[in-house]
Design a protein around this ligand. Structure first.
Ligand code: NDP
Length: 247
């Protein structure tokens, strides 16, 4: 039997992994908010694809690092689709450089977008989930949050903190049928990886037992599973989708 259609919100859904997750949730029959920050056309294209497939979707702009924009987005999401029941915290940025060269702005931008944005979205979604006594929070971190990486002190700190946030929230919300999990992807074929030099790509692939990059759809299929009713007993998990990279 298909799951009950839910109100879903995916941050950073205009491109890459977020786009693939939004398409999956739309195909599963959920009403999807496609959040974006700076690429409205890409977000509209995702909405059109979901609608063409018979699903319901709207695009809403909000910079996840700006609390007021998130408050407005959650209000608009609720007006359109009802309180958010499936929250995917996917929006994320990198500002890579060695610690000795890192500017405070590089640190703040990454922490505010990746970590504080995730915290704010959880805070805005949880009251409605508690009221409805059902919810799915799925954060997107990175294997770098587990293992660290040269030149990514800000990014790895933001993603590692998402793991701790996941554990605490999972405990806080467990009795209300609200699960909180995190997917930690390895290197995935998106704009983030496209810009790497061929030499660096070849070097990275030597770290991946499967010998290839992941696809956005492979991450989306894990999110799709964790959002399902049948995943109800899984909470507080950091699920690596990384071709074995962090073994
Ligand atoms: P992309 O750069 O391809 O896309 C990023 C998405 O996030 C875009 O939709 C972008 O929207 C959105 N976004 C960026 N900043 C903001 C913001 N301040 N507010 C709202 N939306 C924002 O990223 P990926 O698909 O590669 O990455 C998605 C997530 O997966 C990130 O959290 C990333 O850290 C994580 N990840 C990615 C890996 C990879 O190899 N690709 C590996 C491990 C983790 P817009 O363009 O409209 O501004």
């Amino acid at each position: 039997m298909p799951d009950t259609p839910r109100s879903a919100l995916v941050t950073g859904a205009s491109r890459g992994i977020g786009r693939a997750i939004a398409l999956r949730l739309g195909a599963a029959g959920h009403r999807v908010v496609v959040n974006y920050n700076s690429h409205p056309k890409d977000a509209d294209e995702v909405v059109t694809a979901i609608r063409k497939n018979g699903g319901a979707a709207i695009a809403l702009k909000a910079n996840v690092a700006v609390k007021g924009e998130l408050e407005a987005m959650f209000k608009a999401a609720e007006d359109a689709h009802g309180p958010v029941e499936i929250l995917i915290n996917n929006a994320g940025i990198i500002r890579d450089t060695l610690l000795i060269r890192m500017k405070d702005e590089d640190w703040d931008a990454v922490i505010n977008t990746n970590l504080k944005g995730t915290y704010w979205c959880c805070k805005l979604a949880v009251p409605g989930m508690l009221k409805g006594r059902w919810g799915r929070i799925i954060n997107i971190s990175s294997v770098v949050g587990l293992r660290g990486n040269v030149g990514q002190a800000n990014y790895s700190a933001s993603k590692g903190a998402i793991h701790s946030l996941t554990y605490s929230l999972a405990k806080e919300l467990a009795t209300r049928s609200i699960t909180v999990n995190t997917i930690a992807p390895g290197y995935v074929e998106t704009a983030t990886v496209d810009v790497l030099s061929p030499q660096l790509k070849a070097k990275i692939l030597t770290w991946v037992p499967m010998g290839r990059f992941g696809t956005p759809d492979e991450v989306a299929s894990a999110a799709d599973f964790l959002a399902r009713e049948e995943a109800r007993y899984i909470t507080g998990v950091v699920l690596r989708v990384d071709g074995g990279m962090a073994i």
